[in-house]
Design a protein around this ligand. Structure first.
Ligand code: BEZ
Length: 214
């Protein structure tokens, strides 16, 4: 059964480049990203892992721990890590799960047999501090992911969890947001959005992002 938004992220214990990962213990009270790679020593994956290593401070700024996964043994991961550092200029600085027995890939439905029988697709799971799955993305093996987009959606999730807003198309941190249509009490709106809002339609009300420092 595939995992859906709002489901609890399944727990597992699996080996990684940083030793055994007890997943629920490792993500306790934190935001987390779990993302899969079809296979070790493949070109697109090599670029993706280098990019996530480069972006690690951006994930940390948001309180997010990251875990990669590939269906090969940990010894292969360690040899591949040297190639990643050499070619991408960034050493692996987060755990790469060694899912040789496909335990985690199966649990998270990362193998799509009509795409490939044995390799995982490029899955992404964003998990919140209560271990709920908040975002899933699935890319084919041939298309590398845009990890800036994953950071952007984490910004949106973290903002909209704390404020009665939603983020519009192509929104980036710092840009105007939308007041949720269920909020109709004008007194409450004034209190929550002291900078005011512009109503393009009764259901489409734009306001400056509420949690920005002046
Ligand atoms: C890659 O990461 O380059 C890749 C992996 C599996 C199939 C095709 C490309």
């Amino acid at each position: 059964m595939s995992l859906r938004l709002g489901d609890t992220a399944p727990d597992f214990t699996q080996d990684s480049t940083e030793g055994p990962i007890h997943f629920h213990q490792a993500i306790e009270g934190k935001w987390a990203v779990l993302f899969s790679h079809p296979k070790d020593f493949t070109p697109v994956c090599t670029t993706e892992l280098g990019e996530v290593a480069r972006l690690k401070p951006e994930f940390e700024k948001r309180g997010v721990v990251v875990f990669g996964l590939s269906v090969d043994p940990v010894e292969d991961h360690r040899r591949w890590a040297a190639d990643i550092e050499e070619t991408q200029g960034h050493a692996l600085n987060f755990p790469l799960i060694a899912d040789a027995d496909r335990k985690v890939s199966t649990l998270y439905d990362m193998i799509h047999p009509n795409a490939n029988d044995t390799l995982t697709v490029r899955s992404v799971f964003v998990i919140d501090p209560s271990k709920k799955i908040r975002l899933t993305i699935t890319y084919p093996a041939s298309a590398g992911r845009n990890f800036q987009e994953i950071l952007r959606t984490i910004d949106s999730l973290q903002l909209t969890d704390n404020h009665k807003v939603a983020t519009p198309v192509n929104w980036q941190h710092g840009e105007d947001v939308i007041i949720v249509p269920t909020l109709t009490d004008e007194e409450e709106i004034k209190k929550l959005f002291p900078k005011g809002y512009k109503a393009l339609k009764p259901y489409l009300r734009i306001t400056p992002q509420p949690n920005l420092e002046e």
